[in-house]
Write a protein that binds this ligand. Structure first.
Ligand SMILES: C[S@@+](CC[C@H](N)C(=O)[O-])C[C@H]1O[C@@H](n2cnc3c(N)ncnc32)[C@H](O)[C@@H]1O
Length: 231
């Protein structure tokens, strides 16, 4: 269940409808809490760990774009966003990469299937409406995508092994418990590449992990790797 706590009636009037959304879509025995004090909710797990998605705050690194942006491995893997290419992020998560890719110039549509994460993202995106957030399983969403709808795509599934995270450790524990380990990730990679949906499709992997499918090339960071398809 999810308990909502509103600091005032105005916030309840604005965000109360999310209770219905979660009742319909989020089935969990665990007791989560969502606290509204301002424009951005804080989500708590039963142990009191919390996360908050604030695209404009400085809590998490939502502003990676610095002068050396093109040296970022993800920017190298996806190519330039300068032409305003349409990019589909198949694993929105906390939106860190989506916001970075938007900052690079891509027109970003991001898909998230976990209802609690989606709710937090969707509310956060009111601060940055240029990034479109969609509630769906990407496997299902891809069925409605045709070649040409998006130029490039990006996929960053959860992985059971340790990998570097933009989140403090407690938040990462919460997040992993909440969304699981995306065991179906390989199906996304096969579907997207077999249907040739994108000019370029980039998949983030821990450096030492096997590829889901042999890529055309890879860009390596210190502990992660971007596999590139469709070159
Ligand atoms: C490692 S996190 C992504 C982190 C994200 N790149 C960021 O910068 O915050 C993986 C996220 O993708 C979501 N996800 C994984 N597979 C998905 C799928 N098939 N459809 C939709 N969302 C998916 C998970 O629920 C989780 O929130």
């Amino acid at each position: 269940m999810v308990e909502f706590i509103f600091a005032n009636p105005e916030l309840e009037a604005k965000y109360g409808h999310w209770k219905n959304f979660l009742q319909e879509n989020f089935k969990s025995e665990e007791h989560y809490k969502v606290q509204f004090e301002g424009a951005i909710p804080t989500v708590f797990d039963p142990e009191g760990r919390k996360f908050k998605i604030d695209f404009l705050g400085d809590n998490t690194n939502y502003n990676k774009v610095k002068s050396s942006v093109n040296k970022e491995p993800l920017a190298k893997a996806l190519g330039s966003g300068a032409k305003g290419f349409k990019l589909l992020d198949l694993s929105a998560g906390l939106g860190v990469d989506s916001v970075f890719l938007h900052q690079l110039g891509f027109k970003v549509t991001a898909v998230e299937r976990n209802p609690l994460v989606y709710m937090a993202l969707k509310i956060a995106s009111e601060q940055l409406p240029e990034v479109e957030i969609i509630f769906s399983d990407s496997l299902k969403f891809l069925e409605s995508v045709n070649p040409g709808d998006f130029d490039v795509a990006y996929f960053d599934p959860m992985f059971p092994e340790k990998k570097k995270s933009a989140l403090p450790k407690q938040e990462m524990v919460f997040f992993k418990n909440l969304v699981g380990t995306d065991e179906d990730a390989s199906r996304i990679v096969h579907l997207a590449t077999e249907k040739k949906l994108f000019k370029r499709f980039v998949v983030k992997r821990p450096l030492s992990a096997e590829s889901f499918k042999k890529p055309a090339g890879s860009i390596e960071g210190k502990i992660i790797r971007y596999d590139i398809y469709g070159l």
